[in-house]
Ligand binder design. Sequence first.
Ligand SMILES: [Zn+2]
Length: 306
Amino acid sequence: MLMSKPQVLFIAGTHGNEINASWLINQWIKKPEIINVNDFEVVKVIGNPEALHNCKRYLDCDLNRSFREELLNDDQLALYEIERARELLLNFGPKGLNACQIAIDLHSTTSSMGTSIVVYGRRPADLAIASLLQSRIGFPIYLHEGDDNQKGFLVESWPCGLVIEIGPVPQGLLNAKVINQTKLALNIFLEELGKLNTKKAFFPDKIRVHRHVKSIDYPRTVDGEIEAFVHPSRQGSDWHPIENGAPLFLKSDGSVIRFEGSETFVPVFINEAAYMEKNIAMSFTKRETWEFSKDWESAIYSILSL
Ligand SMILES: [Zn+2]
């Protein structure tokens, strides 16, 4: 059977106030020559155009938590983002009219994450791509899993998909550095995909993963009011390990709330503006080194029908 060429979905503006990647994608749509796609078919789309227009994260609910079977299949649910999720799947989902096999979802963060890769769970093909990107340019990998409060991420609806998260940048602000970082990440991803296509991809022996353990809220009063903010020594120090006694928060009276625990954690998404509403001040991860698995390699080749 003749297989059609694999197609990659590039999506930005899944959150409407993350405007750097959206700007770049819109430029790329108008000027295809600004990014070389090698032999791959690519689809470029704005995830949440209404929210982008309003420079809001979302209108009714978070699009990047809307890709859950129970929401998508609930005919009574007419929220804008749920309908948009259905529409994206209908058009570009793995069984869509213009089917894509890989989804790259471009985000920005107010946290000092640099350029990082977020993968959801341990899907072999996602880990294969993440391995290629990390070995090529050292992007840290945040493995999000085991969090019952955070589900329904867009890329999980595609056979292979990951998030590229870049920061720090305020919401709703174009920033040269972030646009350049986004463009660089896209170029490198496409080059690595090109190497897969010619079977010249170099997979590392090991990868370094930051495995999600838990998220913590800001300290609050019994009334739910935030009573301490992120400590200045913690602000901007994403990816830096913390141990027992490390300062986490500062109160208005100058007293310090410290991390207590026998384990070493690596905090990420420290003081991310969008997570205020989710009661998340930062997330704790464990830094782990994983052996590269041949299964990851065969999974990505199988998705690409190579
Ligand atoms: Zn986002």
